[in-house]
Design a protein around this ligand. Sequence first.
Ligand code: 5RP
Length: 232
Amino acid sequence: MNADEQKKAAAVRALDFIEPGMKLGLGTGSTAEHFVRALGARVKEGLEIVGVPTSERTGKLAESLGIPLTNLDDTPHLDITVDGADELDIELRLIKGGGGALLREKIVATASDRMIVIADASKLVKTLGAFPLPVEVVPFGAPVTARKIAEVAGALGCTGKMSRRADDYGEPYFTDNGNFIYDCAFGAIPDADALAPALNRIPGVVDNGLFVGIASLAIVGTPSGTDIIEKK
Ligand code: 5RP
């Protein structure tokens, strides 16, 4: 299977964990989209679930497929969130936010009893960091915040180019929450457990794409099928 087929296989296998009546967090990105489409097909067949989308984009897709939607105001406790990742390691630490939805993704995942990650094999890495770490930052004073990110990350052995994300027209990219994203090309992150909270202590940082201690199971597509990684 190629990468997209692996994503789809992982997404379809995630349906095995879904039971009637569940309240689900719906992730963002191409792998999560496979899951939402597969879930939509089950809903058409009569499966009763309700979903909380992690982005405007996922919300529109889910709506178009007839998936009943709610939000965390009305439904603050979810059973399972199924979402993709930009990178994951064997301890189920993740980098997320390539699609810009890291903040809502983290809020929704931590409102859920379980987070299931779905990914193709290329996402499974020994050490996180080849994928630039997205950090969501309030626009006010963003260059100051960016300097502090560099200082804090540097003290934890992470240095590299930090670029403010731009859209397809070269204009600043804004998240669904109206914030900027800095993509931090740190390379291997020696201590993700320490970096994640340290970044979030900086005024102006809204959240960062390190998900540590959140996911409990991953389904990874491989050239020949899918593998399950469970949190030890
Ligand atoms: C969006 C994300 C996505 O889950 C991540 O970017 C993976 O995307 P894809 O499934 O398209 O490879 O974190 O913010």
